[in-house]
Ligand binder design. Structure first.
Ligand code: NAD
Length: 297
């Protein structure tokens, strides 16, 4: 059981704070929304009138706020966390914010001898309610060890992302990919509608292929990640198939902006001599276009 200040009681923060209480921790909470605070008080928390008051005397301070400017404000502004935080407390930001803002906050706190770790979460608000969030811990091993008991009150799994600032970076990549994939999936489903295909059949097909499973765990491990670019499915053929899909969509007046952009990635790879390579060589192509050295992972 720990004494915890929790600041930011929104869709995520409110159920996370409630789960901390349910697991026996003593919470002091603050939010600019008084209704959100009342709800937590009804669940057993103590209300504070400012971030500074919430922080006073607590061993862990958790922030779960919409953006980096607000995190910075509750930490450093008047009546902020730094006014009352004790030197042996640990400040954990679980918000999704810009990594450079997170770095700036950590560095500024370090000059004040205040410990900070980034620990954003994966999954959704349903998981926040169930206490099954994926915790992306970015801190020293000592900080992660110290916080793990309370983090596991909110999540079912902690991933040590390898050091301070890494949690927020891996969260960024996760969201980049899952948010983009959401739009790509919507394009595929729209093309499905335009072709008058029952969506449940398309789902059944795609749930068994990389279309839905993704490539990290299906096509990549035995090919590009091993440095094997011999074709299981050639870039030339992938380019042809994407072209057919775009042509069909075009005839049906269905715009597929992400699909069209993807086709051009394959066009570039072909133009650069990768047509006969495996389609997973797209990874090598993207790395090369970015100026990063190709490397086996
Ligand atoms: P939200 O908008 O529901 O909640 C934010 C809370 O912060 C609100 O209660 C608001 O009143 C409070 N707040 C704003 N300014 C404040 C201040 N100055 N002082 C104190 N409280 C203040 O947002 P959310 O969905 O709970 O998301 C919180 C963070 O978690 C975001 O960074 C978001 O990107 C991230 N996240 C959200 C989800 C999700 O599914 N919603 C999933 C993972 C991560």
């Amino acid at each position: 059981m720990a004494n915890i200040a929790f600041i930011g009681l929104g869709q995520m923060g409110s159920p996370m704070a409630k789960n901390l209480i349910k697991k026996g921790n003593k919470l002091t909470v603050y939010d600019i929304n008084s209704e959100a605070v009342k709800e937590l008080v009804a669940a057993g928390a103590t209300a504070a009138s400012s971030p500074a008051q919430a922080t006073q005397g607590n061993e862990f301070i958790i922030t779960m706020l919409p953006n980096g400017k607000l995190v910075e404000q509750v930490i450093f502004a008047e009546n902020g966390i730094t006014e009352t935080i004790s030197k042996d407390a640990l400040l954990i930001d679980m918000s999704t914010i810009h990594p450079l803002e997170s770095d700036a906050i950590r560095n500024r706190l370090a000059t004040m001898n205040i410990e900070f770790m980034d620990s954003p979460v994966g999954r959704t608000s349903n998981n926040a309610v169930d206490g099954t969030l994926l915790i992306l811990a970015g801190g020293t091993q000592q900080q992660i060890d110290r916080a793990s008991e309370i983090l596991l009150c909110m999540g079912s799994e902690i991933i040590n992302t390898g050091g301070p600032g890494r949690g927020i970076r891996v969260k960024l990549i996760n969201n980049f990919m899952s948010i983009s994939l959401n739009a790509l999936s919507a394009e595929a489903a729209t093309l499905c509608d335009a072709l008058e295909l029952p969506f449940d059949i398309a789902m059944k097909v795609m749930s068994g292929t990389p279309a839905s499973k993704g490539h990290f765990t299906t096509t990549w491990p035995n090919k590009v990640l091993k440095g094997d670019l011999s074709p299981a499915f050639m870039i030339d053929l992938a380019h042809k198939d994407l072209g057919i899909a775009l042509d069909v969509a075009n005839q049906l007046h269905v715009p597929l902006p992400l699909g069209a952009a993807s086709r051009e990635v394959y066009s570039q790879a072909r133009a650069m001599g990768r047509g006969k390579q495996d389609w997973t060589a797209i990874l090598e192509h993207c790395r090369a276009c970015s100026g990063l050295k190709n490397k086996k992972s």
